[in-house]
Write a protein that binds this ligand. Structure first.
Ligand code: ATP
Length: 302
């Protein structure tokens, strides 16, 4: 199996703050790996180190077999980076932005082919500053694909998009996947990670707290979750069952455990019945990646 990204014991400090704390992970060639984590978990710092934009303090970093700092020029030819809006001249038309970018690479994709791919063919002559937020994001995606990269970094690719634009972007990403491109994705949308990622890594305080395919991570959790009236006094339930319980959304509670039992479920429902609180839903195991994420990042925050 070939590896496109290899990180071993990566550490990055900003003064007293350790933003990335001994992170080790591998991204296999051709896979889509989603780096997830709450705000400040260290995702952007990690991605910037991989792109060669930031130096690490210690640890091993290999991207396509290269050192992102000392081999930056060679690496840049082979990777695609979705830049944030600031990197583009606002007064240029969409087609001009792409063709200027393409002129930096000897074997760039044709500009019109790229605009077609990201669904902006009918915006080719629109000024960049007149494009909607979602269209600007798609233009950034086109720029990331200009040089036919083997590896693409997508940092929150659908942030700020409406549901239709998000779906279009997912389809573009799936097209890249079908071409065998390796993708490192960061996102705050768990449905996006579930749909696109072969594997996810959940970061918390700069450390990897879980890694695996979305379905394996979901199946590995044994949490008991239930829906009932909002603002129940969960500290009383915690005292009763000796296990952490949180209201993660209004009226949606998670009892965090890897080892659910009939007795636990019965104790929880009995406690609710004593309070005359009706359960409208009860589930053992995580229903989705969002529950896994909430359970793991909260557990580790305590
Ligand atoms: P978000 O989801 O909010 O984008 P993130 O997981 O990408 O967060 P980072 O941006 O990598 O997190 O930040 C990790 C930590 O390092 C945060 O506490 C942040 O405040 C801090 N940090 C990031 N860049 C710097 C910097 N240049 N100087 C000092 N501290 C920084």
């Amino acid at each position: 199996m070939s590896i496109s990204i290899h990180l071993e014991n990566l550490t990055k400090r900003y003064d007293a703050l350790t933003a990335v704390d001994g992170l080790s992970l591998d991204v296999r060639t051709g896979e889509t790996y989603a780096l997830l984590g709450p705000n400040g978990a260290g995702k952007t710092t990690t991605v910037e180190i991989l792109e060669g934009l930031r130096a690490s303090d210690s640890g091993t970093v290999e991207v396509l077999g290269l050192n992102p700092v000392s081999d930056r020029t060679r690496l840049q030819r082979r990777i695609g980076v979705m830049l944030q809006e600031g990197g583009v001249y606002q007064g240029a038309k969409a087609r001009e932005v792409v063709s200027l970018f393409a002129s930096y690479y000897p074997s760039a994709r044709a500009t019109d082919e790229l605009l077609e791919l990201v669904g902006l063919a009918d915006r080719a002559t629109t000024l960049h500053r007149r494009l909607s937020g979602g269209e600007k994001q798609r233009l950034s995606l086109a720029l990331a694909l200009v040089n036919r990269p083997q590896l693409v970094f997508l940092d929150e690719p659908t942030a700020g998009m409406d549901p239709v634009a998000r779906r279009t972007t997912w389809e573009i990403i799936e097209h890249m996947q079908s071409e065998g491109v390796t993708i490192l994705l960061t996102t705050h949308f768990m449905d996006e990670a579930e749909r696109l990622a072969d594997r996810v890594g959940i970061l918390n305080h700069g450390r990897l707290v879980a890694e695996g395919s979305p379905s394996d991570l979901i199946q590995a959790r044994g949490d008991v979750s239930f829906v009932s009236v909002p603002q129940l006094p969960v500290e009383e339930l915690i005292e009763e069952i000796g296990i952490d319980v949180r209201e993660v959304r209004t009226g949606f509670y998670v009892v965090t455990t890897d080892t659910p039992s009939p007795a636990l479920v019965s104790n929880v429902t009995a406690w609710l019945a004593n309070r005359d609180a009706l359960i409208t839903e009860l589930r053992v195991g995580a229903g989705g990646l969002e529950e896994v994420f909430l359970a793991l990042t909260e557990e580790n925050n305590r």
